[in-house]
Design a binder for this molecule. Structure first.
Ligand code: UD2
Ligand code: MN
Length: 325
């Protein structure tokens, strides 16, 4: 977690969520087969397992928010498998971040879109240091060489332009959806077709339970990432977002343009491209939101609402791993 000092006080707030009563519906409450022979009656417990009352599972604009307990993985897989999809997945590893590649790719083999066609695009300044990872059927890796950069902020921000160009130049006709992920991460649980949508944002793990005035949006009106006090829906993670090629292309192009305009005006948003992503999602609401299960703080971190950790940060020593402090 970067600059955790800013965000740690929020942890105290976690775990305060009241434990909700289990859903009260019983099998008697549902139509019986004899009355409605055309209706497939779900066993009450299987319906109940897809109800969460301790967290919001829909946004104010009616986008689903995906939490463990809100979907049936087998059913979702059977729907999406028929569509013969390809999921492009991008990840960047420059400088010392190449050390995270192996854990990312190996854990993805076990948990990320298992059974689907997945094409990873790994951007690195050191293609020779990419380890050999045995990949399953229908899964492939393309390594893209990029220029080294001296500031971690530039590495992070520059991703928007690289993604924009990748979608423009390489992905048309090659993929249906794209996810763009941080590399200092590992998968620990299923991340599958339940995450697919036109425009998908992940609720940031340090802010899912925080009041809006604590969100670290860019607050200076001089930046195009500016969000005034009292505005904003959620605080989204910069470390994971996705959607269809068209929607993610527009997102990355817009963020890249805004980053460039800010740079020309000598201003860098407080959290770089994450700030611009948050502005974009304020103006262009995601069609689906993923809970912080999909970008958790770390495998050993706990919070009452997190029933399953799917994807989490790997601890790192910022001073040691980044090119600049
Ligand atoms: C959980 C979360 O939302 N994390 C965000 C946060 O992260 P982090 O503190 O997780 O930032 P970070 O250091 O992981 O940098 C983001 C990413 O840039 C790449 N990288 C960075 C430095 C480097 O020397 N080499 C390299 O390859 C790598 O893919 C890394 O995963 O802030 C960043 C910049 O504001 C991004 O918005 C991240 O997505
Ligand atoms: Mn990271």
């Amino acid at each position: 977690m970067r600059q955790s000092t800013n965000r740690e006080p929020l942890v105290a707030e976690l775990g305060k969520i009241a434990k909700a009563e289990p859903p009260s519906c019983t099998s008697e409450a549902w139509p019986s087969k004899s009355m409605h022979s055309e209706i497939v009656v779900q066993p009450a417990e299987s319906v109940g397992r897809r109800i969460r009352t301790d967290v919001a599972s829909v946004s104010p604009w009616s986008a689903p928010i995906i939490w463990e307990g809100t979907f049936d993985a087998t059913l979702i897989d059977s729907i999406y498998k028929q569509q013969n999809l390809t999921i492009a997945t991008t990840v960047f590893a420059l400088g010392k971040y190449t050390r995270f590649i192996k854990g990312f790719l190996e854990s993805a083999e076990h948990h990320y879109f298992v059974g689907f066609r997945v094409h990873f695009y790994l951007f690195t300044d050191q293609p020779k240091s990419v380890p050999e990872v045995k990949m399953g059927e229908n899964r492939s890796l393309t390594v893209v060489k990029v220029q080294s950069l001296n500031r971690w902020q530039d590495i992070s921000m520059n991703r928007m332009e690289k993604l924009e160009k990748l979608i423009e130049n390489e992905l048309a006709g090659e993929a249906d959806y794209i996810f763009c992920l941080d590399v200092d991460t590992m998968f620990y649980g299923r991340w599958g077709a339940e995450s697919l949508g036109r425009l998908v944002g992940v609720i940031h793990p340090w802010f899912f339970d925080a009041p809006r005035d604590q969100f670290t949006y860019e607050r200076r009106p001089e930046s195009l990432a500016y969000i005034p006090a009292g505005e904003g829906d959620y605080y989204y993670a910069g470390a994971a977002f996705g959607g269809t090629l068209e929607d993610v292309h527009t997102l990355t192009k817009t963020c890249r343009e805004h980053l460039n305009i800010d740079a020309a005006n000598s201003i860098e948003a407080v959290w770089q491209e994450e700030s611009h992503l948050n502005k974009y999602f304020l103006l262009n609401k995601p069609s689906k939101l993923l809970s912080p299960e999909y970008m958790w703080r770390g495998i050993n971190e706990r919070a009452a609402a997190i029933k399953k950790v799917r994807f989490a940060n790997v601890p790192k020593n910022y001073a040691e791993v980044r090119p600049n402090a």
